[in-house]
Design a protein around this ligand. Structure first.
Ligand code: NAD
Length: 441
């Protein structure tokens, strides 16, 4: 099949590459000339495990192409994915200007039957709006608009795309339904379902899924905070809870708040959708409040220990991406924590295995970027662990102690066993567990 993907960011590039991998011809469009130039030269623009091999193979074999010319892409494709940004607008609702702008362009380009697929996360009713804009200039026998929300997780995006737990497709058109089934069948050969539904339910499914996951994280963060107050260990509580088959083990890890380009904006947008209908979605309002607070909890702990004035203090930071295995720093807790520490006068030395280029663009020379995790500890008064990259799980505690001025760790991800870390001689603060070790002299 001939496909176009409009918007070649995290979702668009993974979508385009994975559809090329199953034999389709894909042309990806972006307005970012520099990005398209790099992709054309064979240079991958995001870090995502497994993507580069597929990108390289499909580009080389001519099934995956890149352009800034939307007309060229639309002319060559029957199936057109929209993988455009839907950032939060001023009132928290999703900003649909990218989607509507492209819908307008499409309304001048469609001359034969096309399926337009919303892969972006968009509020309920968007497929109808896109349909209405295109229908201003195109007969509605010449196109269908389908809602096909994307559930991939950054860090495991290729795996998620190639073997999705489910595919959700919202359409009332039989013609579009057949094409979508044909397109997605190679990805669900093991029997995972393709759910066909109406557009509104498909749009709602995506927000419901993300908001539920954000709620689950926030619930555990509240449990963790309470554990600290009552002297319980949240890791034990998590395991005890998670082995209940009604609850399940995944997504119960407490930490320093959810981040990334999706959860914060999607929870906000769903709450906004509810408010617009006059419905007060109280649980979501609570989740947003909890998360706003949790993002600062590590900085609060650091200030509680050293005092509010951190001038003269150096804090080493491990991990900047919003989660491991990605270079994405959008809404990363690291941004909030580092800003707070800088405002209190601290010097920051930071390391992340993949997010250094992005963080450099964000902080410039306000923080020191280090070559590796140990350089970030030279003369540090404390280490703050923000992202749970595997490489931080079994470091050389001996080397750490030699480099650090004070052997104090603030761990936002509970990477270490309490007994073991105390035996290594660190004072160790974590989330939802007692602080262990001796205060350094
Ligand atoms: P992104 O910002 O990484 O990519 C969007 C791309 O669209 C950018 O490269 C941008 O230059 C391009 N673009 C903007 N305007 C354009 C235009 N007029 N024509 C062509 N290209 C244009 O965003 P993303 O993370 O890929 O997210 C895209 C959508 O998918 C959002 O709605 C998001 O909520 C949703 N989503 C994201 C994820 C994720 O993990 N990132 C997962 C599921 C769903």
């Amino acid at each position: 099949m001939n496909l176009a993907v409009i918007g070649t960011g995290y979702v668009g590039l993974v979508t385009g590459t994975c559809f090329a991998e199953t034999g389709n011809n894909v042309i990806c469009v972006d307005i970012d000339v520099n990005k398209v130039e790099r992709l054309r030269k064979g240079e991958i623009t995001i870090f995502e495990p497994g993507l580069e091999t597929l990108f390289e193979r499909n580009s080389r074999q001519g099934r995956l192409k890149f352009t800034t010319d939307i007309k060229e892409a639309v002319d060559s494709a029957q199936i057109i994915f929209l993988a455009l940004p839907t950032p939060p607008g001023g009132d928290g609702s999703a900003d649909l200007s990218y989607i509507m702008g492209v819908a307008k362009q499409l309304s001048h380009l469609i001359t034969e039957y096309k399926v337009i697929i919303d892969k972006s996360t968009v509020p309920v009713g968007t497929a109808e709006k896109v349909h209405a804009i295109i229908a201003e200039n195109v007969s509605d026998t010449l196109f269908d608009v389908v809602s096909n929300p994307e559930f991939l997780r950054e860090g495991v995006a290729v795996e998620d795309f190639l073997k999705p737990d489910r595919v959700v497709i919202g359409t009332d058109s039989e013609r579009a339904r057949k094409l979508m089934k044909q397109l997605y069948e190679p990805f669900v050969r093991q029997g995972n379902p393709i759910y066909f539904m109406d557009e509104r339910s498909a749009e709602m499914t995506k927000y419901a899924a993300n908001s539920y996951l954000a709620t689950r994280i926030s619930f555990m963060n509240e449990i963790a905070n309470l554990c600290e107050k009552v002297g319980a260990n949240v890791d034990m509580v998590r395991m005890g809870m998670g082995s209940d088959s009604r609850i399940g083990k995944r997504f119960l890890f407490p930490g320093i708040g959810y981040g990334g380009s999706c959860f914060p904006k999607d929870v906000q947008a769903l709450a906004r959708t509810a408010a617009d209908t006059g419905y007060d979605f109280r649980i979501l309002n609570a989740v947003m409040g909890i998360n706003d607070k949790q993002r600062y909890i590590l900085a609060d702990k650091i200030k509680a220990y050293f005092g509010d004035d951190l001038s003269g203090r150096t804090i080493g930071i491990w991990g900047l991406a919003f989660k491991p295995n990605t270079d994405d720093i959008r809404e990363a807790p690291a941004l909030y924590i580092i800003e707070t520490l800088l405002a209190a006068g601290a010097t920051i030395k930071a390391f992340d295995p993949e997010a250094m280029d992005n963080i450099k663009k964000y902080f410039g020379d306000r923080i020191q970027l280090c070559q590796d995790q140990y350089e970030a500890l030279i003369n540090a008064d404390a280490l703050a662990i923000i992202t749970e990259w595997s490489v931080f799980r079994t470091p050389s505690f001996q080397v750490m102690k030699e480099l650090m001025k004070h052997d104090v760790i603030f761990d936002g991800r509970n990477l270490y066993d309490l007994e073991a870390i105390a035996d290594h001689g660190f004072l160790y603060h974590s989330i939802g567990r007692e602080t262990v070790g001796n205060k350094p002299a």
